[in-house]
Ligand binder design. Structure first.
Ligand code: ADP
Ligand code: ASP
Ligand code: MG
Length: 403
C-alpha cells in the first residue's frame, strides 16, 4: 500500500472549521487506501504570539526555553486534528517529538532532523491508523526540546518522507502552488506547474517563504519529489523535482524579494591585503552572515570604500562590532536599513547571455537605483531602496514575460 506524507501549514489549520476541512481531505485520502503520515504546523499566528510573549520577558529570551515554549503550538494543532479524525470514526493518533522520538542536531531554534524511531508509527500505519506528527519540533541528543527554524514544518515533512521512504510528500498550503512571485503581493504573478529543486532553493532562500530553504535542500539531496498545493482548492499545484525532467522555455522562472536586508558602508578603509578579512572576522565569529560585498576602486591606491549587506536583525550587532574592532581604521561608517533585495531566478539563465543587462536596463527604465549586486549561475540579486520594491518586481515580471 502506498505511503504518503501530507503536510498542512498554519493557515490550513488556522481555525476549528479549517481543521475539520483538513480532516475531510485526510479521510478521503485514507478511503483511497493510502497509509498516511500527517505533519502539521501550529495554527496560524500562534508561533508569532508565543514569540511576542517571550520578548515581553526578555529580548534575549533563553534559547532552550524558547524551544519549549514554541513547540506547544504544534501540540495544540496535532491533538485537535487527531481528535477531529477520531470523531469522524477514523483510527488516528498524535505523538509529540519526544514520544517518537524525533532526533535533531544543531543549535536551538535552528536544529536539523537526523533520525527518528519508525517502529511504533509503522505498526500503527499497518493497523490502519493515521499518524499525526508535529512539524517544527524535535529533541536533541541530551533530551532537550528543539525547533527547526521558522517554517520548519516543511523540513519535518521532507525528513519524514525520506526516513519512511514514502512515495510522495504533499505540502498543503494557503496558495495553490509556487508562483513567479508572491501571489498575495503581486497580482500578475503566474502559477508555475513544475520547478527544479535548484530554482526553488534559490527562490526560497531569497525570500519566497512558501517553502523553507532547508526543506528544499534535503529534498534535493535525496531526490524526494514535492507537490505543493492548496488546502482550499482542487487545482493541480506545483511539482518540485530534479532539473533533467524539466523543459525550460523561460529564462527567468521567478522573482523573489526580501525586506530583511541592511547595507553598511565603510569609507576610507586601507586598500591593502587582509583588510576585508579583519573587518569580517569578528562578524563571522558571532554567526553574522555577510551577503553581498562591493569594494570600490581606490583612486589614490591607499584608501577605499567597502559596502556590504547583512540581515536587518544583525545590523546593530554588526555596527557595534565594527566600531569596537581595534584592527581596522576607517573615516566614516554609514548604514541603510530601508533597502530590499530583489532577485530573478531561472535555470534557463545558464544558457542565455544578457540576462543581467536586461535586468539592469529594466530597473533603469523605472529610475530604480541599484545599490549592490550579486550573481550566481541561476540568479541575479540586487539591493534597491525599499520603497521601489513593488515597482521593481512588476517591471521585472513584464520584462521577463512572467505575467
Ligand atoms: P504555510 O503556513 O502553509 O507553511 P507559508 O505562509 O509559510 O504557508 O507560505 C505560504 C505563503 O508564501 C503564501 O501565502 C504566499 O504569500 C507566500 N509566498 C511568497 N512567495 C511565494 C511564491 N513565489 N509562490 C507562492 N507563495 C509565495
Ligand atoms: N509553526 C512554525 C512557524 O510558524 C513552523 C511552521 O509553521 O512551519 O514557523
Ligand atoms: Mg510555511
Amino acid at each position: 500500500m502506498t505511503k504518503k506524507v501530507l503536510k498542512f501549514g498554519g493557515t490550513s489549520v488556522g481555525s476549528i472549521e479549517r481543521i475539520k476541512l483538513v480532516a475531510d481531505i485526510i479521510s478521503n485520502e485514507h478511503k483511497k487506501g493510502y497509509k498516511l503520515i500527517i505533519v502539521l504546523s501550529a495554527m496560524s499566528g500562534i508561533t508569532n504570539s508565543l514569540i511576542s510573549k517571550s520578548k515581553k520577558i526578555s529580548e534575549n529570551f533563553d534559547a532552550r526555553e524558547l524551544d519549549v515554549l514554541l513547540s506547544t503550538g504544534e501540540q495544540e494543532s496535532i491533538s485537535l486534528l487527531a481528535g477531529a479524525l477520531v470523531s469522524k470514526g477514523l483510527k488516528a493518533k498524535s505523538w509529540l517529538n519526544w514520544q517518537i522520538p524525533i532526533l535533531t542536531s544543531g543549535e536551538h531554534g535552528n536544529a536539523r532532523i537526523i533520525n527518528l524511531s519508525k517502529e511504533k508509527i509503522n505498526k500503527f500505519l499497518d493497523s490502519g491508523g493515521i499518524a499525526v506528527l508535529p512539524g517544527f519540533q524535535g529533541i536533541s541528543e541530551n533530551g532537550d526540546i528543539t525547533t527547526t527554524g521558522r517554517g520548519g514544518s516543511d523540513a519535518t515533512a521532507v525528513a519524514i518522507a525520506k526516513l519512511f521512504e514514502t512515495d510522495t510528500c504533499e505540502i498543503f498550503t494557503d496558495v495553490d502552488g509556487i508562483y513567479s512571485s508572491d501571489p498575495n503581493k503581486i497580482p500578475v504573478a503566474k502559477k508555475i506547474d513544475k520547478i527544479s529543486y535548484e530554482e526553488m532553493l534559490e527562490l526560497s532562500s531569497l525570500g519566497a517563504k512558501v517553502m523553507q530553504p532547508s526543506a528544499v535542500q534535503t529534498a534535493m539531496m535525496y531526490q524526494i519529489p514535492l507537490h505543493v498545493k492548496s488546502t482550499f482548492t482542487n487545482r493541480e499545484g506545483t511539482k518540485i523535482f530534479s532539473e533533467e525532467s524539466i523543459n525550460y522555455d523561460k529564462v527567468v522562472t521567478g522573482v523573489a524579494y526580501s525586506k530583511d536586508e541592511a547595507k553598511i558602508t565603510l569609507q576610507g578603509v586601507d586598500d591593502k591585503p587582509g583588510v576585508a578579512a579583519d573587518i569580517f572576522s569578528p562578524l563571522s565569529e558571532k554567526q553574522i552572515n555577510i551577503d553581498m560585498v562591493i569594494q570600490n576602486i581606490s583612486l589614490d591606491g591607499k584608501k577605499t570604500d567597502l559596502t556590504f549587506t547583512v540581515k536587518r536583525s544583525d545590523l546593530r550587532k554588526s555596527t557595534d562590532l565594527i566600531k569596537k574592532n581595534k584592527k581596522i581604521k576607517f573615516s566614516n561608517l554609514s548604514f541603510n536599513e530601508k533597502v530590499s533585495k530583489i532577485s530573478v531566478v531561472g535555470a534557463g539563465m545558464v544558457a542565455t547571455p544578457g540576462v543581467t543587462y536586461k535586468m539592469f536596463k529594466a530597473l533603469a527604465e523605472e529610475k530604480i537605483n541599484i545599490l549592490a549586486i550579486s550573481t550566481s549561475e541561476i540568479k541575479i540579486s540586487v539591493i534597491i531602496n525599499e520603497d521601489d520594491t513593488l515597482k521593481a518586481i512588476k517591471k521585472l515580471h513584464s520584462e521577463f514575460k512572467l505575467d
